[in-house]
Design a protein around this ligand. Sequence first.
Ligand code: G3P
Length: 220
Amino acid sequence: MKFFVDTADTKEIADLAATGLLDGVTTNPSLIAKSGRNFIEVVKEICSLVDGPVSAEVTAIDYDNMVTEGRKLAEIAPNVCVKLPLTMPGLKACKTLRQAGIGVNVTLCFSAAQALLAAKAGASFISPFVGRLDDIGQDGMELIADIVEIYGQYPQFETEVLVASIRHPVHVVQAAKLGADVATLPPDVLRKLVHHPLTDKGLAAFLEDWKKTGQSILGR
Ligand code: G3P
């Protein structure tokens, strides 16, 4: 499973990229607004921090302007993946940009039918939002199961399932069990994945016992 980080905070991205665990980055207009920075500049900087795909979202809602914005975003760096909303103009723009060899992440997916259309439009990634479905009393993970099952029926589909709107580590584990290709995580959720109290407790005990031996591996 690939891990993307869902943020436009370049300090966080640099920090997480240094762990070697990061496969890409996703942003959206809300995350760009939160960064308080110029969109093009921040995307350029993010692209220099990671080798993998960096999703940058268009803000146009009509086909022509989506394609124009998408082409402009794709010029920022070779690893830009243009994010398009799951609307009819978005799907049409997806087809056009994919035919031009540009990576596309179709976002704001809330149903299996929508995901099916994104795959038919040749999307590189489909982004179903699990947390936002949970928020309204639906089961976000059920949607992931449906999409993974449907895409599995059609080997010609090349679209990767990118689980978005993740709120906690359980979402990540559930998505991995279902075979989702990618999880995009807020930085704090990615960091939470590493923690277990028994790891901390066990490490403290090992170090305490080691101290008693009076030895040092490096001989200092
Ligand atoms: O970037 C898309 C998605 O991950 C947003 O998540 O937490 O705003 O629902 P959230």
